[in-house]
Design a protein around this ligand. Structure first.
Ligand SMILES: *Cc1c(COP(=O)(O)O)cnc(C)c1O
Length: 395
C-alpha cells in the first residue's frame, strides 16, 4: 500500500478529490473498499508489535480500516484539522466527543437551537451519568458567559441552526471558551467544510453527521469528530473500546461523496438562494429564514463566516398549520421527509415532526411557529421546485 497523498499546496477542491487516497499493488484509480473485519500478520512477532503499538498498521476494523482511514484523512484535509475520528453516525460522533473529553461532574454549555436528538442526549441521557448541560441562546454571547461554571469543559453549537438558520460568531465563542479553559465544539453539518471551516475560525473541535451533505445522496449513516491529535486521543480511545466505528462500506460511500462536495454545496446554495428570494416575494409567506438573504438578521456575519448560505430554507406561512400542511400535501416532486443534505429536495413541518416532542411554549420561545415550513433544497432545477410549491401556495 502506497502512502496516502496530502499536499499542502493543493486547493480545497483538489483535496476533496485526492487527499487521503491509498493505493494497493493492483493500481486501482478509484479508492478500494476494504470489507474486512480483521487483518493478518506475517508472523507472531509482527502481531505482537502491532498489538503493542511498536509497529503501525491495521489490526481490527473497530480500530482502523484503510477505507475509513482514507475518509478520515480526506475530511481532515478539508476541515483543516490535524486528526479525524470517523463514527457510525452523527449522534455517535457527538457521544464519542463528550465521552472522550468529559467526565461525571463536568458541565457543558450548549445552544438551545441544536438538533433535537442532541438535546435529548445532553438533557436526558448524559445527565443520568452526571454530566450537566445548560442550554442558552445561540446568538447571545452574554448568556454563554453567564452560564460558565468552574467545571465547564465544552461549548456546543450548530451554526446555522435548524430550522431557523440562526448564526453565531464562531471566533467570539471560541475566545470566550478559551478564556475559561473550555473547548468549542461546532456541529458543522449544515455548511460542511465546503462553506465553513470552524477550526480556521478558532473552534477546537468539529463534529459531523456525514449522513447529510457528506454523503449527499441520502444513502448511509456516519459521523466524524475532528481536531488536534492530542485533544482527540481520548475520543479515539473511546471509539476503539466502545465500538461506534464507521463501516468500511459507508466510509467508501462518504469518500466518494467528498469528491463532489464543493460542487454540490455551491449548487445547493445557488438553488436555495433563488428559492428564498422567490418565497420572499410570495404574498402567502410572512417571513423567510435564509442566511444568504439581506433580510436575515445575521446576514453580514454569515457573509464573513460562510462561503454561501447553504441548502436549508425555512419560511412562515400566514395561514398557520393548515396552510403549511396544505402546501406540503400539494407537492408532487418534493419528498416529504425530515432528512436533509440529499440531492432530492425535502420538505418538512418542524412543529409536528422534528420539534413535536418539544412543548408548544418552548417551540414558540424558539420561534418555531405552526406555519413554519423547512425545505432542504436539493439539486433539481429550481424552477421545478418553485412550480411544485406554487400549486400549494395558490390553493
Ligand atoms: C442529522 C444530524 C445529526 C445526527 O446525525 P445522524 O447521522 O442522524 O446520527 C446531528 N447534528 C445535525 C445538525 C444533524 O442534522
Amino acid at each position: 500500500m502506497s502512502d496516502h497523498k496530502i499536499n499542502e499546496q493543493w486547493h480545497f477542491d483538489t483535496n476533496a478529490v485526492r487527499a487521503g487516497s491509498l493505493h494497493t499493488e493492483f493500481g486501482e484509480n478509484s479508492e478500494a473498499m476494504f470489507l474486512t473485519s480483521s487483518f493478518v500478520f506475517e508472523s507472531a512477532a509482527q502481531a505482537a508489535a502491532r498489538f503493542g503499538g511498536q509497529e503501525p498498521g491495521n489490526i481490527y476494523a473497530r480500530f482502523t480500516n484503510p477505507s475509513v482511514t482514507m475518509f478520515q484523512d480526506r475530511l481532515a484535509a478539508l476541515e483543516g484539522a490535524e486528526f479525524c475520528v470517523a463514527t457510525s453516525s452523527g449522534m455517535s460522533a457527538i457521544l464519542a466527543c463528550v465521552m472522550g473529553l468529559c467526565s461525571a461532574g463536568d458541565h457543558i454549555v450548549a445552544s438551545r437551537s441544536v438538533f433535537g436528538t442532541t438535546v435529548q442526549l445532553f438533557g436526558n441521557i448524559l445527565k443520568r451519568w452526571g454530566l450537566e448541560t445548560t442550554f442558552v441562546s445561540l446568538t447571545d454571547p452574554a448568556e454563554w458567559e453567564a452560564a460558565i461554571k468552574p467545571n465547564t469543559k465544552l461549548f456546543f453549537v450548530e451554526t446555522p441552526s435548524n430550522p431557523l438558520t440562526e448564526i453565531c460568531d464562531i471566533s467570539l465563542l471560541a475566545d470566550l471558551a478559551h478564556r475559561h479553559n473550555a473547548k468549542l465544539v461546532v456541529d458543522n453539518c449544515f455548511c460542511s467544510p465546503a462553506l465553513q471551516q470552524p477550526i480556521h475560525l478558532g473552534a477546537d473541535i468539529v463534529v459531523h453527521s456525514a449522513t447529510k451533505y457528506i454523503d449527499g445522496q441520502g444513502r448511509c449513516l456516519g459521523g466524524a469528530v475532528l481536531g488536534k491529535k492530542d485533544v482527540l486521543e481520548p475520543v479515539y480511545g473511546f471509539l476503539r473500546t466502545a465500538g461506534p466505528s464507521m463501516s468500511a462500506f459507508n466510509a467508501w460511500v462518504f469518500l466518494k461523496g467528498l469528491e463532489t462536495l464543493p460542487l454540490r454545496m455551491e449548487a445547493h446554495s445557488r438553488n436555495a438562494l433563488t428559492l428564498a428570494q422567490w418565497l420572499e416575494a410570495q404574498p402567502q409567506v410572512a417571513r423567510v429564514y435564509y442566511p444568504g438573504l439581506p433580510s436575515h438578521p445575521q446576514h453580514d456575519l454569515a457573509k464573513k463566516q460562510q462561503k454561501a448560505g447553504g441548502g436549508i430554507v425555512a419560511f412562515d406561512l400566514k395561514g398557520g398549520k393548515h396552510a403549511a400542511w396544505k402546501l406540503i400535501d400539494a407537492t408532487q416532486l418534493l419528498s416529504i421527509t425530515a432528512n436533509l443534505g440529499d440531492a432530492k429536495t425535502t420538505i418538512t413541518h418542524p412543529a409536528t415532526t422534528t420539534h413535536s416532542r418539544v412543548t408548544a411554549e418552548a417551540r414558540a420561545a424558539a420561534g418555531i411557529g405552526d406555519g413554519l415550513v423547512r425545505i432542504a433544497v436539493g439539486l433539481e432545477n429550481v424552477e421545478d421546485i418553485q412550480r411544485d410549491l406554487e400549486r400549494g401556495l395558490r390553493s
